[in-house]
Design a protein around this ligand. Structure first.
Ligand SMILES: Nc1ncnc2c1ncn2[C@@H]1O[C@H](COP(=O)(O)OP(=O)(O)OP(=O)(O)O)[C@@H](O)[C@H]1O
Ligand SMILES: [Mg+2]
Length: 172
């Protein structure tokens, strides 16, 4: 496993919504099998980001998988999109039991896992991918509800807005 090499290779401008839809469809069967559902809240318009789309899908799938694995009872995965200055952000939260304070600073360590069959690489790889996009990823307990918690996830530099036709303007 190489953590130093950049995890991004095919940079292009892509819609974050397209990545979200792809990641959701990859995990959809598992969501339905367990009786969970997705809940989308778009606090931003269409977000276009300079990215390696497959890698961003991989980050989202990792977060969705963690959410599913955390929810032992039927629950919801909430996805919110934000447009913060020149960054696009996605927040993924679930109403599982939450993240214990004691492991908060270990979440992104390679091989850190609390699961019997986990590798502990999901978040470490996700962090590397997000950092290679100039972004940041973090885990937190959500203020919104007692048992809710959220991962504030992708903040991507190079976010672009469509003007008209095929032209884009870059905000750095
Ligand atoms: N949504 C979540 N709710 C509660 N705890 C979480 C959540 N996401 C991650 N964690 C905690 O962070 C640890 C590390 O997560 P990470 O995705 O890196 O590895 P993993 O899920 O254990 O294994 P892998 O991703 O390789 O299957 C988890 O073992 C779990 O303790
Ligand atoms: Mg995981």
């Amino acid at each position: 496993m190489q953590f130093s090499k950049p995890h991004i290779s095919k940079l292009r401008i892509e819609s974050l919504q397209v990545c979200l839809d792809k990641a959701k469809s990859i995990i959809q069967t598992e969501i339905e099998r367990r009786g969970h559902s997705f809940h989308m809240e778009e606090k931003a318009g269409p977000l276009f980001v300079e990215m390696d789309p497959d890698k961003i899908v991989q980050v989202l799938v990792n977060l969705f998988k963690n959410a599913i694995e955390a929810m032992h009872e039927v629950g919801e995965i909430h996805i919110s999109t934000y447009d913060i200055k020149d960054h696009a952000a996605i927040e993924v939260s679930d109403n599982g039991p939450g993240i214990p304070e004691s492991i908060m600073d270990k979440l992104f360590n390679p091989f850190f896992t609390t699961k019997p069959s986990g590798t502990g690489l999901g978040l470490a790889i996700s962090q590397k991918i997000v950092q290679d996009h100039g972004g940041r990823i973090g885990g937190s307990i959500n203020e919104a509800g007692l048992s809710n918690f959220a991962f504030r996830t992708v903040s991507l530099r190079g976010y672009s807005k469509p003007l008209s036709g095929d032209s884009f303007v870059h905000y750095q």
